[in-house]
Write a protein that binds this ligand. Structure first.
Ligand code: 13P
Length: 345
């Protein structure tokens, strides 16, 4: 295996001050985002919006890689330049979402399993040919009660998803792509941060057990986890310091030091919350000599502001790019533990 190359790509993705833009919304998800600004989700609008983000001057100071959806990886910009080339010319590494979304897990009442292993080996080979150098697979773990009132997640759901994550990771490495392993414990619900901590520990433990069993070399991987955080609707939500403490506690216990970097998802946190929490995590990590880079792979927390500023109108391109640049700059500061709320105002 080409572990040296995979390790090199993984480390470039978490280079100092840099992190990843997740722009890999599926066709259904991007339609929901466009609905929120009353823009029709046509192939051209999706291309124009994403090309606008990718051409933001100077964003490559903060962004090392972009996760693309299948459609975007194959698209060309308005002037005919392949999207992949637009990114590469700026030193940004193209990545690809390779899972096919979450569907109901058989023999449960409301838990989910991620699909997409069938034909994956061939798809990965093609994605490498087009220019992708890393991949993403997202598993979804829900905290709460199932349709029968039983507490979830079940161990069955956690282990089945971990098994699929490791299958995907092994195939990605075989194809020369760095797998981003994403076991996402959702923040939907009113659960406590303690409950999120417990479930996150379990999900990480199962994922690293399967990765080891399936012979995945962790030096050529990245982890994309949720932060350990209170449920969105919890009555008293833990502050950034507690989020940092519990998040690092979970990782120090369960994430091997061979993993080059941890890139958080924003998962529905507001822009400010995702930035403050990442900052607190990096400050705490430094004081405890955490072995991995702690960076970001944000979708919504980087895109909410530019999406709104763009509003489907090319005349707003510059304003939207400024918003994206600003969020990327602030998130980069947080990734270094150097963010202050009055920055960039
Ligand atoms: P959010 O940061 O919006 O959670 O998206 C990241 C992502 O790629 C989830 O799979």
């Amino acid at each position: 295996m080409i572990i040296g190359e995979l390790n090199d790509i993984a480390r470039r993705l978490v280079a100092p001050a840099k992190g990843i833009l997740a722009a890999d919304e599926s066709t259904n998800t991007i339609k929901r985002r466009f609905d929120s600004i009353n823009v029709e989700s046509t192939e051209q609008n999706r291309r124009d919006y994403r090309e606008m983000l990718f051409r933001t001057p100077g964003a490559n100071e903060f962004i090392s890689g972009v996760i693309l959806y299948d459609e975007t990886l194959r698209q060309r910009g308005a002037d005919g330049t392949p999207i992949v080339s637009i990114l590469r010319e700026q030193g940004i590494i193209p990545g690809i979402k390779v899972d096919k979304g979450a569907n109901p897990l058989a023999n449960t009442d409301g838990e989910m399993i991620t699909d997409g292993l069938d034909g994956l080996r061939d798809r990965l080979a093609e994605y490498y040919e087009i220019g992708a150098r890393f991949a993403k697979w997202r598993a979804v773990i829900t905290i709460g009660k199932d349709a029968n009132g039983n507490s979830i997640p079940s161990q069955y759901c956690i282990d089945a998803n971990a098994h699929m994550l490791a299958r995907y990771a092994a195939l990605s490495q075989e194809a020369g792509l760095v797998p981003i392993v994403e076991p996402e414990t959702l923040m939907d619900g009113d659960h406590s941060i303690e409950r999120c901590h417990e479930v996150t520990l379990n999900a990480l433990h199962s994922a690293y057990d399967q990765l080891a069993r399936q012979r995945v070399d962790l030096r050529g991987t990245l982890l994309k986890p949720n932060m350990v955080i209170s449920g969105k609707d919890a009555s008293e939500r833990a502050d950034a310091n507690e989020v940092a403490e519990r998040t690092l506690d979970a990782f120090m216990r369960e994430v091997p030091a061979a993993v080059p970097g941890i890139v958080f998802l924003s998962g529905g946190q507001s822009d400010e919350e995702a930035t403050e929490n990442l900052n607190a995590i990096n400050i705490a990590a430094e004081s405890m000599n955490a072995p991995w880079e702690l960076s970001f792979s944000y979708g919504r927390a980087l895109q909410a502001a530019p999406l709104k500023a763009w509003g489907g109108d090319a005349a707003n391109t510059e304003a939207a790019q400024q918003e994206y640049y600003r969020r990327a700059m602030l998130t980069s500061a947080a990734r270094q533990g150097k963010y202050t709320p009055d920055m960039g105002t």
